[in-house]
Design a protein around this ligand. Structure first.
Ligand code: UD1
Length: 435
C-alpha cells in the first residue's frame, strides 16, 4: 500500500488550487440515472470515489466518457440494465447509496446493498428509507440488500428526524420524478445539496428552497440532459488553510468559494489567523502564534465535521486548551490517538476531545483510519520535527486530488512511496469510512 513520507518544518507559501467538491460530484453523478439524455459534469475532482461511482454507474448500464483526470465526465443512462448497487462497491463507499432514490424514481425498482458499519460510526440509512416510503415505495430487506419498489412515486410531506446530507439528496432525487408536490423539512442546508438542486433544475426539475431547511418539489414526468459545473471543495480548501497555519506559513488558496467556509474562518480569526478574502480565493497567514479556540461540529453553516480532525491537529500547535466537541458522528476521534503518538496532548471525554497546546510534535510512523483523519495526520506531519510516514493513504486518495503534489508546490517536503507488493487478484480493499 502507498505511504506518504513527510519531513516537517517547512512553512507553506505560494498558492494552491482547490479542486471540485467530491461530495457534490457524487450526487450529481447519481442524478444522471434520472434521465435518458446525457449529463455533462465539469470540475470533477480526480479522486478514487469518483472512479468508484463511475464503475458503479457502468454496472447499471450507464455510458461514461471523460474522467476525473480531465475534470469532466459525460454520463448517459439511456437504458438502465441493472438497477442494483452491489455490496462490493457499496462497502468501499457509503455514498453509493445515493443511487437508491434516482433508480427507484426512474425504473420503479432498486436493489442497493446496505452499507453496514464504517470507521466513523454506525451511519445507518434509515432516514433515506423512511423518506422513500413516504413517497410510496415498498421496501424490504433481503440478503443484506434493500429492495425498493414503486409503480410511480407520489409526492408527499416528509420531515427528516435529524439532518442528513446524503439522505436529503437521495429523497430529493426521488421526489423530482414523483407525481405531485413533495415538501421535505429539516433538510440539510449544505452547499452540496444546493449544487445538486441546481443541476436537477437544469435537467427540468421544479425545486424551491434548496439551501434552507424546507425544500418544495413539484414532480415532473421526465427530466432531460444538462451541463453543470461542480462547486469547489470547501473541505479541501479548509484543509489547505489549516495546513498553512500549522506550518506558520502564508498561502493563497485559489479557485475556492469563500462563502462556504464561514464557520471555519470565524473560528480561525478568533484564534489569531489573518485572512484576505476575494471572490474566489482566500489569502491566509498565521500572523504569530495561534491561540486555542473551542469548537463544536454542526450541520452547515456550522463547523463542518469533515474539518474537525484537521482542526484538532492545528490546535496541538495553538497556545492554551481547546475543547473540540463532535456532534455529528459518534466515533470520529481516531486520529487523536495517532496525534498523541506524535507528541500531542489530547484527552477524549466521550464526544469531547480536549487538546492541550502547544506540543512539540515529532515525526513517527502513523496510520490513517479514515479520509479526514488522514488529512489531520498530514497536517501534524507538516508541523512535526523530522520524518513522518503515513500508512494506509488509500483513505486520502478517496477524497483529495494529488494532495502531495499540491503541498509540494507550496514548499512542503512530501513524497509518496508506491506500493511494493502488487495487490493479488480478488484481494479486497479494506472497508473505509464514507466521509
Ligand atoms: C455526508 C458527507 C460526509 C459528511 C457528512 C456530515 C457525502 C458523500 N458525505 O455524509 O463527508 O461527514 O455528510 O456532514 O456527502 N444518520 C442516520 N440515519 C440516516 C442518515 C444519517 O442516523 O438515514 C445519521 C448519521 O449516522 C450521522 C448523521 O445522521 O450521525 C449525519 O449523517 P449524514 O449527514 O447522513 O452523513 P452522510 O450524508 O453519510
Amino acid at each position: 500500500m502507498d505511504k506518504l513520507v513527510i519531513r516537517g518544518g517547512q512553512p507553506l507559501s505560494g498558492a494552491i488550487r482547490v479542486s471540485g467538491a467530491k461530495n457534490a460530484a457524487l450526487p450529481a453523478m447519481a442524478a444522471c440515472l434520472l434521465t435518458a439524455e446525457p449529463v455533462q459534469l465539469s470540475n470533477i475532482p480526480d479522486v478514487r470515489d469518483i472512479q468508484t461511482t463511475r464503475a458503479l454507474l457502468e454496472t447499471m448500464g450507464v455510458e461514461t466518457e471523460g474522467s476525473g483526470g480531465r475534470h469532466q465526465i459525460q454520463l448517459r443512462a439511456q437504458a438502465i440494465t441493472h438497477a442494483q448497487a452491489d455490496y462490493e462497491l457499496v462497502k468501499t463507499m457509503r455514498a453509493s447509496t445515493l443511487v437508491l432514490g434516482p433508480l427507484l424514481a426512474r425504473t420503479g425498482q432498486a436493489r442497493v446493498s446496505l452499507p453496514g458499519g464504517c470507521a466513523i460510526g454506525a451511519r445507518p440509512i434509515d432516514l433515506h428509507l423512511r423518506g422513500l416510503e413516504r413517497l410510496g415505495a415498498e421496501l424490504r430487506q433481503e440478503h443484506g440488500y434493500v429492495v425498493a419498489e414503486a409503480r410511480r412515486l407520489q409526492g408527499n410531506s416528509y420531515s427528516f428526524d435529524r439532518v442528513t446530507v446524503t439522505g436529503t439528496e437521495d429523497v430529493l432525487m426521488a421526489a423530482v420524478l414523483a407525481k405531485g408536490e413533495t415538501v421535505l423539512s429539516n433538510c440539510a442546508r449544505e452547499p452540496e445539496v444546493v449544487d445538486l438542486a441546481a443541476l436537477l433544475t437544469r435537467m427540468g426539475a421544479r425545486i424551491e428552497g434548496a439551501g434552507t431547511s424546507t425544500i418544495q418539489v413539484q414532480g415532473v414526468d421526465q427530466l432531460g440532459g444538462a451541463s453543470h459545473r461542480i462547486i469547489a471543495d470547501r473541505i479541501e480548501a479548509g484543509t489547505f488553510i489549516m495546513a498553512a497555519l500549522i506550518t506558520g506559513g502564508a498561502l493563497e488558496v485559489t479557485h475556492c468559494q469563500p462563502e462556504h467556509l464561514g464557520g471555519l474562518i470565524e473560528r480561525l480569526e478568533e484564534a489569531g489567523a489573518r485572512f484576505r478574502i476575494e471572490a474566489s480565493s482566500i489569502g491566509v497567514a498565521a500572523g504569530g502564534r495561534l491561540g486555542a479556540v473551542d469548537i463544536a461540529t454542526a450541520e452547515y453553516p456550522g463547523f463542518a465535521t469533515d474539518l474537525q480532525a484537521q482542526y484538532m491537529a492545528l490546535m496541538t500547535q495553538a497556545v492554551g486548551t481547546a475543547a473540540i466537541t463532535e456532534t455529528i458522528f459518534e466515533n470520529r476521534f481516531m486520529h487523536a490517538l495517532e496525534l498523541n503518538r506524535m507528541g500531542a496532548s489530547i484527552r477524549i471525554e466521550g464526544r469531547r476531545a480536549v487538546v492541550r497546546g502547544r506540543s512539540a510534535l515529532a515525526g513517527a510512523a502513523v496510520q490513517a483510519s479514515d479520509l479526514r483523519a488522514s488529512a489531520s495526520l498530514v497536517l501534524a506531519a507538516l508541523a512535526a520535527e523530522g520524518e513522518t510516514i503515513i500508512d494506509r493513504i488509500y483513505h486520502l486518495d478517496r477524497g483529495y486530488e494529488k494532495l502531495e503534489e499540491k503541498l509540494r508546490g507550496a514548499g512542503a517536503a512530501v513524497r509518496r512511496i508506491a506500493r511494493l507488493i502488487p495487490r493479488t487478484a480478488g484481494a479486497s480493499q479494506p472497508r473505509t469510512a464514507g466521509a
